[in-house]
Design a protein around this ligand. Structure first.
Ligand code: ZN
Length: 250
């Protein structure tokens, strides 16, 4: 059983304006609830958290019981406390998987884990996006077609300010002609990280079967393969030497 926590800033979907109405057409209970429902599987224990929850949604009991953290944020990145970002970073270094979605590219935690600006350029024109699978052998691409189309999307374009070790898994082309590394993997410490850009809040992208397949695969890929280290920054003193090797005999 993989313990997944879907964290959502949850601001757009409750806004009392036209923007909020557009979001609620697709996500009446929030993006986090839609993802939880659409990713439900017998081998996943999925919990949700939002910024407005106590301790910004991630008290120690929950964070320390999370194998894979999924993160959607946009307008409130700065409100996430640095102390919480420290804890999440530590948990990732110890082995927790981290899946950063869409506008989470500018989240404190993604910038922290990459050490980069994570900047890009964008255009909201409702154009279509063709997502190309460029590493069909990667576990995240299992069962994903050579390409799929997101009918209406927000364009995210290059240059994307991510580190050179970010490995592209998907590349997107947009109707306007822009291209973008829309799915990349990283590892920091023992933790695996996946960034995936499709997921603008006013379009039903998290109901798209191909997008859900990618995220479903990403959860399994990012899940830790060993117990998560509580203190990955420790440098233990190796007091005891390993067993000496027997002398070499010619
Ligand atoms: Zn967006």
């Amino acid at each position: 059983m993989i313990k997944v926590t879907i964290w959502n800033e949850f601001r757009h979907e409750v806004a009392q304006d036209r923007w909020g109405e557009r979001c609620r057409e697709h996500y009446p209970n929030g993006i986090h609830i839609a993802l939880k429902q659409n990713l439900a599987s017998e081998d996943l224990l999925i919990r949700t958290a939002t910024l407005a929850d106590p301790e910004q949604g991630l008290p120690d009991e929950l964070l320390n019981d999370t194998d894979v953290l999924m993160w959607w944020g946009h307008v409130a990145h700065k409100e996430v406390s640095d102390a919480l970002v420290d804890k999440i970073q530590n948990r990732v270094l110890g082995g927790m998987g981290l899946i950063v979605l869409h506008s989470g590219h500018k989240s404190k935690i993604f910038q922290r884990m990459t050490g980069c600006s994570c900047a890009l350029h964008w255009r909201e024109a409702g154009e279509s996006e063709r997502v190309w699978t460029i590493d069909p052998a990667h576990p995240i691409c299992k069962g994903v077609p050579p390409y799929f189309v997101v009918e209406r999307t927000e364009m995210y374009g290059e240059p994307f300010g991510i580190p050179e070790d970010a490995k592209p898994i998907f590349i997107s082309w947009y109707q306007g002609g822009d291209v973008f590394r829309s799915g990349v993997t990283l590892q920091r410490g023992l933790g695996k990280i996946f960034y995936f850009s499709p997921g603008h809040e006013t379009f039903p992208i998290y109901h798209d079967p191909n997008v859900l397949k990618v995220l479903s695969n990403a959860i399994r890929w990012a899940a830790p393969v060993m117990p998560i280290m509580a203190d990955p920054l420790s440098c233990p003193n190796a007091v005891e030497s390993p067993e000496p090797l027997p002398p070499y005999v010619f």
